[in-house]
Each structure stands twice: as C-alpha cells, then as structure tokens.
Design a binder for this molecule. Structure first.
Ligand code: ZN
Length: 321
C-alpha cells in the first residue's frame, strides 16, 4: 500500500566507480546477500527510484558507502577520489533532482583540502551536508588537527552525518569473535565512542553551532543519557564540562532510524532526545527499504510524531525549505 507520507530518508548509500567496497571490507556478509548489495550500490535510475516509490520515499539523501576514502593511507589519492566521487554524485543527482540530495564525501587526511571540498560541495554542487565513515586512518574527529573542519561546518551551517567505518584496532573483547564485527556490534561501539569523544573533548563547546547526525537510532546513546550524566558527574573531567553530556548531545545531535525497525528503541529515542530529533532512514541497500517503510508507517507513535520523523524534522535539519 503506498504511503500517505512523502518520506525523506537520510542514510541511503551508493558507490562511485572508484570506491566500490572490496570483498575484504564486507567479508562478514553472506555472499548471497552481498551480491544484491553490490548490484544496487552503483545503480540510481531504475531499481532505486522504483524501490523509493513503493516505499513512499520522496527524497533520498545519497552518500558514498563505507569505507569510502576514510581508510586510505595515500592522502593525495584520497583527496582526488573524494572530489571525483562528489562530481559523480552531482551528475547522478541531476537524473532526478526532485528525488535525490547529496552528502559530500571528504578526505580528512588533508584537512585543508577537505574544508575546500566541503565548501565546493555545498556552495557549488548544492549538497546538504557531509557523511564521514568513521575514523580517518585511525584519527577521530576530536583530534586538534580537525578544528578547521568543525569551523567550516559551522560556517556553512550543514550537518555532519557520523557513519560507521572500518575499525582499525579492536579491543581485546572482540578477540576470537569476528561475528561481532561490523554492523552486528563493533560499529556501534566505535561510532558511539566517536560521538562521546567529541562531547568529552569539548569539541562541541568550542563549536557551538556544529550539528551532527547519528544513524542506527543513535548508536545506543539515547538509551544511555541518564547513566552518562550520572557517572560523568563523579569524574573530575566530567564535572569540569560546561554542562552534562546529555545536554550537549541533545543540543547538537539528531538521530535516524536507519537499520533499526522496532518500536521500543524508537519510542526511547523520541522520549530521550525529543520529537524534533529523530528522522526516518533505511540504510539502502544494506537493509530492506520496504520493511523500514512499512514499519514506520505502523509504528506505535502519534501521527504528529510520525510526520516529524518521516519528513518535517529532515526538512528542518537539511534546510530543504
Ligand atoms: Zn549506512
């Protein structure tokens, strides 16, 4: 049944020709599942639009899939490939300008080049933000060299979607358990930790207008707000923050439902973060776009909340007008 809501989805992936994930990047997928994902990633015009139509999604914000350029050691090559994939995405957006928007791909191996590329993507190509696939060669965004990047985000007033990427070093807890890697669990730990590094390193105090988006229902953080505040308040560093971690998260962060189609975590995110801070997404083509759509249309939330989650929050966050 077609949806009554023209949904906007923010975590929808593609791959440019130079950045198709290698088999090593996605080795944990069942080969049969992987085959259909690989076929869908570079496709824009037919299957993707048809799937969006069936799911009642009017606008998909497209981003280069992980790992993209984030794990590349050759900085000059990463800069070149990021520019190339942004140009590629721009040509694809023009195939269906009413249906697609774009998040920039940035090679933060060279911060100055990444800032210039973000300006080009937003001001010249019309992209609505940037999506970063985790740490850049092991460097997390609270590290001091990234200050100009945060400044540029504030200047352009666009959100940073912090998406999981390849995790370069696992803690001992994962030793001998490769099944816990990737989307099953290790990406959640890494991405939630990345976000908390920004809070505790005071990046968001120094960049008060910076805005972030986390997928996967906030990577567990909405569920943890009370405990974060409670336990930070008994540490020296936590006490010295200008406000409790939950307040910083609520001020700077919105979350999407990508890859989580269950009412309980949705209601938790809405209650913990606020009605204005949760947005629908599907994580196409890694997750089932139709299942995500059918779920949100029937989720046990109010109709006013459903409209915010499916459309109006994204319009505000992405300045879609
Ligand atoms: Zn994703």
């Amino acid at each position: 049944m077609p949806s009554i809501i023209n949904k906007i989805a923010l975590e929808e992936h593609f791959s440019g020709p130079d950045l198709q994930p290698s088999i090593n990047d996605v080795a944990f997928f069942d080969p049969q599942v992987l085959g259909s994902i690989e076929a869908a990633l570079p496709e824009f015009a037919e299957q993707r639009l048809l799937a969006m139509d069936r799911a009642g999604i009017s606008i998909a914000v497209l981003s280069q899939t992980a790992p993209g350029v984030q794990a590349m050691e050759d900085a000059a090559l990463a800069v070149e490939l990021a520019q190339r994939v942004n140009d590629f995405l721009h040509t694809r957006l023009e195939l269906a300008p009413a249906r697609f928007r774009g998040f920039a791909c940035l090679a933060l191996q060279n911060v100055e080049a990444a800032c210039n590329e973000l300006k080009r993507c937003v001001l010249e190509l019309g992209f609505v933000g940037v999506l970063i696939n985790g740490a850049t060669n092991g460097a997390y965004l609270d590290e001091p060299q990234f200050a100009p990047f945060w400044h540029t985000l504030e200047q352009l007033d666009v959100p940073l979607y912090l998406h999981p990427g390849l995790v370069s070093e696992h803690s001992q807890a994962f030793r001998g358990h490769p099944e816990l890697e990737g989307a099953v669990w290790s990406w959640t730990c890494d991405t939630a930790t990345h976000m908390l590094r920004l809070v505790f390193a005071r990046v968001l105090e120094r960049h008060p207008r910076a805005r972030l988006i986390l997928g996967h229902m906030g990577e567990t953080l909405p569920y943890m707000l009370w405990r974060l505040d409670s336990r930070a308040a008994v540490t020296t560093l936590g006490r010295s923050l200008s406000q409790p971690p939950s307040e910083t998260l609520k001020r700077h962060l919105t979350v999407t439902t990508s890859g989580v189609c269950a009412d309980a975590p949705l209601r938790c995110a809405l209650e913990a973060m606020g009605d204005h801070a949760v947005m629908f997404s599907t994580d196409y083509p890694y997750e089932d776009i139709q299942l995500a759509s059918d779920w949100i249309e029937n989720a046990a939330i109010s109709e006013a909340q459903r409209i915010k989650v499916c459309r109006s929050n994204a319009q505000r966050v992405l300045r879609l007008g």
